[in-house]
Design a protein around this ligand. Structure first.
Ligand SMILES: Cc1cc2nc3c(=O)[nH]c(=O)nc-3n(C[C@H](O)[C@H](O)[C@H](O)COP(=O)(O)OP(=O)(O)OC[C@H]3O[C@@H](n4cnc5c(N)ncnc54)[C@H](O)[C@@H]3O)c2cc1C
Length: 303
């Protein structure tokens, strides 16, 4: 069992922001992360709202975060936390590879993609279905593809895909988009994009790979079948919080309410970034949360 004063779960912008502050203050802590450092920033095709850059590809920004960590001499423990419990004053964490104990914990584990819940969605994952245009878009060069979703992330991924594929359908369940008008207008100006609203997907077609999608008009119930080679369901995110085994931490949406110090309902347990219940999920907000949480962790440990 590895013992620390503080542990951070997740090395996205929130966890990295916190780690830099804890390191500066000389706290005995560890940063545990599953996947690539930088978190979701790695799959953002284009970041155009991060101070200091007019625009920057997500992976480049994620690498810059990683370089900041390296420069500060912060190592990442590669592990996936499977359970987080509290015994007395201490938090106990079990990972896939190790067990850890700490007086304070920051949950900065972000989100995962929400599924659309249709038959064949799991089965055809990697055979035409993908949740990341930046990771898999190049497999669909010259192909016909559909994106489902209407938020900013979906619109940005759609713009990225439209530059690669032959034809792109953007399917959204409402006539209005939740994402910004600028992005919707940018999409509308692209010759190979067809925006189809108000439609929902009802059946994925194909045996070994995606060959089509049946969609339903939400106003008149009529159906339309699209012939496609690829499908990107981008209908939102679910918080990565299932490993939390402490009562009263999560709300009904499985996100973590916190106070102004980023502390949850449990003393010593902090959270920040996309695991919080909030409308807007952004890199600079997550980084801000991490910095505030680190300051609060320092105060908590000093008490
Ligand atoms: C396609 C897309 C485009 C985006 N574009 C922009 C943009 O242009 N501008 C902007 O500001 N924001 C953008 N965002 C949102 C932004 O990426 C997120 O708000 C931000 O990354 C959240 O940071 P975070 O640290 O809370 O979580 P994340 O970045 O999700 O990082 C969480 C980390 O925790 C790790 N983790 C999860 N569970 C565990 C576990 N059990 N054990 C250990 N580690 C775990 C994950 O692997 C990950 O590394 C975009 C998001 C997407 C999906």
């Amino acid at each position: 069992m590895e013992r620390y004063d503080a542990l951070i779960i997740g090395a996205g912008p929130c966890g990295i922001g916190a780690a830099l502050k804890l390191k500066e203050a000389g706290v005995n802590f560890a940063l545990i992360n599953a996947g690539t450092p930088g978190g979701k920033v790695n799959i953002a095709p284009r970041v155009d709202n991060y101070p200091g850059f007019k625009e920057i590809p997500g992976p480049d920004l994620a690498f810059a975060f990683y370089e900041r960590l390296m420069k500060a001499g912060i190592d990442i423990i590669p592990d996936t936390i499977l359970s987080l419990a509290k015994e007395g004053e201490e938090f106990l964490l079990k990972g896939e590879y190790g067990e850890y104990q700490a007086k304070a914990v920051l949950i900065a584990s972000g989100t995962k993609e929400r599924k659309i819940g249709l038959a064949k969605e799991e089965e055809l994952l990697g055979h035409g279905i993908s949740y990341c245009s930046l990771c898999d878009g190049h497999f669909f060069k010259g192909a016909d593809v559909a994106v489902i979703g209407g938020g900013n992330a979906a619109l940005k991924e759609a713009i990225h895909l439209a530059g690669i594929v032959n034809k792109l359908y953007v399917i959204h369940r409402r006539n209005e988009f939740r994402g910004s008008n600028n992005l919707v207008n940018e999409l509308k100006e692209m010759d190979n994009v067809e925006i189809i609203t108000p439609y929902i997907p009802v059946e994925i077609l194909g045996e070994d790979k995606v060959t089509g999608l049946v969609i339903e008009n939400r106003e008149d119930g009529s159906h339309r079948t699209l012939t496609i080679d690829g499908l990107f369901p981008l209908v939102g995110q679910l918080p990565n919080t299932t490993f939390i085994k402490i009562d009263g931490v999560l709300n009904e949406w499985n996100t973590i309410p916190v106070d102004r110090e980023m502390q949850s309902s449990v003393p010593g347990l902090f959270a920040g970034g996309d695991v919080l219940p909030r409308e807007i999920r952004q890199i600079y907000l997550a980084e801000h949360d991490g910095t505030v949480a680190a300051k609060s962790i320092i105060n908590y440990l000093n008490k």
